[in-house]
Design a protein around this ligand. Structure first.
Ligand code: NAG
Ligand code: NAG
Ligand code: NAG
Ligand code: NAG
Ligand code: NAG
Ligand code: ZN
Length: 297
């Protein structure tokens, strides 16, 4: 590789890092969310999921949960669907006010996309004679990814700083931005520090916590008001509230984030991965519950 090739590669990496920062939990976070969800699927839902999975998944939903990040250049229209912004310094979220893309088109945000892909999957399933106009393999991969994104606190962040993307910070010695810290760095540091760099071990620790420490909360996490199939609005409200309380707190531009920040925020991240997984499973279980008239979202 010549010098220009090398420069190109470096630039591509920088761009990739920047774009990944915008677009959701990193690969590990999405894998964890979907892996946790798999453990809570009913037999019916698991069968329906396996039928829809592309071959590249090798029968495992977790293997394709980052697919929407991988196709973002090709499906340019989908990039606004990974997040929702609130007005600056407003620590609450409202669907009508906030769910639109940068040119103001309504419903084009992460919560709108969760309704969209849930409706595509459940309308086909309840009416098996109708042919769907949509690619339901893609609908499944989008839904699984976006339920994860909605649980990353800075995916429901302030408009002015693009959910923390423009807040430059240091993560220990490394230059980063606040959004990327929440997508990737907290999880990566946790893997190195506590889980011998093994994602499966970290996922097992979270799964143990679900059964041991959070078992009484699990039914509340699963529940959707009015028996709706899916309910992304409370997830987004929780996220912006956590963003204000933990993500933005003590993380002003130019600050260096180290042990104090890492150790106090890691439990938040682990709980959000758990909630995302439980809620993805509950949503898929409701979508694929046979012979039950499901209230539309
Ligand atoms: C809904 O899904 C279709 C098919 O992927 C897509 O074209 C459309 O942009 C989506 N809209 C939203 C709001 O998610
Ligand atoms: C549905 O989407 C998947 C993933 O993009 C693709 O591989 C497959 O060919 C699509 N199926 C149809 C019928 O277009
Ligand atoms: C449950 O929480 C307690 C107290 O925070 C902790 O000591 C214990 O290790 C947790 N259990 C699991 C499985 O993580
Ligand atoms: C929700 O569903 C449960 C069980 O199917 C039913 O007992 C309950 O009345 C429903 N609640 C509402 C508000 O529809
Ligand atoms: C388990 O739960 C405890 C108490 O909520 C929390 O402090 C800890 O960080 C959690 N660990 C994991 C791996 O989720
Ligand atoms: Zn994303």
């Amino acid at each position: 590789m010549g010098v220009s090739g090398l420069l190109w590669a470096v630039r591509a990496l920088v761009i990739l890092q920047f774009v990944t920062g915008i677009l959701g939990w990193g690969k590990e976070g999405h894998y964890a969310t979907c892996k946790i969800a798999e453990g809570y699927l009913t037999a019916e839902a698991l069968a329906a999921v396996k039928e829809l999975l592309p071959e590249s998944a090798e029968g495992d939903l977790a293997n394709v949960c980052s697919w929407p990040d991988e196709i973002r250049f090709h499906y340019h229209w989908s990039s606004a669907l990974h997040y929702v912004d609130t007005p600056d310094f407003r620590c609450n979220y409202e669907y009508c006010r906030d769910c639109h893309d940068s040119s103001g088109r309504k419903d084009r945000c992460v919560t709108g996309a969760i309704y969209n892909y849930t409706n595509q999957l459940s309308s086909l399933y309840q009416n098996s004679k109708s042919e769907s106009n949509y690619n339901l393999t893609e609908a499944l991969m989008f839904l699984s990814h976006f339920i994860g994104d909605a649980h990353q606190p800075l995916h429901v962040g302030f408009l002015g700083d693009l959910g923390g993307n423009t807040i430059q910070v240091r993560w220990y010695r490394r230059k980063s931005n606040l959004h990327h810290v929440w997508d990737n760095m907290i999880i990566e540091s946790a893997l190195k520090t506590f889980y011998s760099s093994d994602l499966a071990t970290m996922i097992r620790a979270i799964q143990n916590n679900i059964t041991e420490n959070w078992s009484n909360q699990q039914p509340l996490w699963e529940h959707c008001a009015h028996n709706h199939t899916v309910c992304p609005n409370p997830y987004a409200s929780e996220s912006i509230s956590l963003a204000c309380k933990y993500a933005y707190k003590n993380a002003t531009p130019g600050s260096t984030l180290e042990d104090d920040y890492f150790l106090s925020r890691l439990p938040i991240v682990e709980k959000r991965l758990a909630q995302g997984g439980i809620r993805l499973a509950a949503t898929l279980n409701r979508i694929f519950a046979s012979h039950v008239k499901i209230a539309q979202a």
